[in-house]
Design a protein around this ligand. Sequence first.
Ligand code: ADP
Ligand code: MG
Ligand code: MG
Length: 251
Amino acid sequence: MSTLEIRDLQVSVKLPDGELKPILAGVDLTIKSGETHAIMGPNGSGKSTLAYSIAGHPKYEITGGSVTLDGQDVLALTVDERARAGLFLAMQYPVEVPGVSVANFLRTAKTAIDGEAPKLRTWAGELRGAMEKLQMDPAFAQRNVNEGFSGGEKKRHEIMQLELLKPKMAILDETDSGLDIDALQIVSEGVNRVRATGDTGFLLITHYTRILRYIKPDFVHVFVGGRIVEEGGSELGERLEAEGYKKFVNA
Ligand code: ADP
Ligand code: MG
Ligand code: MG
């Protein structure tokens, strides 16, 4: 059982002129393994800033509060150490990785996280199995990471990482954006498979309610103006679908 604890997190973005622009105004959130939390909010409310801050992106400066994973200070760790500690951030490797195939990339990541290389034969089987479940062409494993990937391929690659790396906590930022209905369903099934193990806690960050039709969250948090303004169960997601964010933005 793992716990990610975010306490009164305050974050500013570093502007090119060196000035700090405050974005997160004190975020409190506790996620346990096996739980699925959705953060929903309008554009520009700071959802990605929250994800990037936990990921350790250098553009964001933590000005207050804490993030711990099973008591360990996440904010004191390097990006690599965060991954080894069991944090999975889908936006962590959004860039092209020239000359590195999907297969090699995943094996390297797995080796870094486990501290030892996976046995070749079992690994090949796991990789093949993960790709089959996501209905991906086996040739995909030999392509270079993110090079010319379509939106759907990028998302499937994220879910492949999730299935193979088995993180303690997974933060998925707008995993649903840019997916057609078929891809959304396949990606959601992937998340639900990992979720069913009960070993991973999820933070799903989204602007749209539609992914919540496929992944029913245990908790929904409404995010406006850099903080959580309302919390509830999955019925809150349904309310947002009907009513939008207006009520919370004007509150
Ligand atoms: P969301 O993911 O909810 O759409 P973001 O976290 O991306 O919100 O952005 C929150 C706010 O921070 C927005 O007003 C955005 O313009 C601002 N912001 C984020 N990154 C930067 C940046 N690098 N430079 C200037 N403003 C930024
Ligand atoms: Mg946005
Ligand atoms: Mg965003």
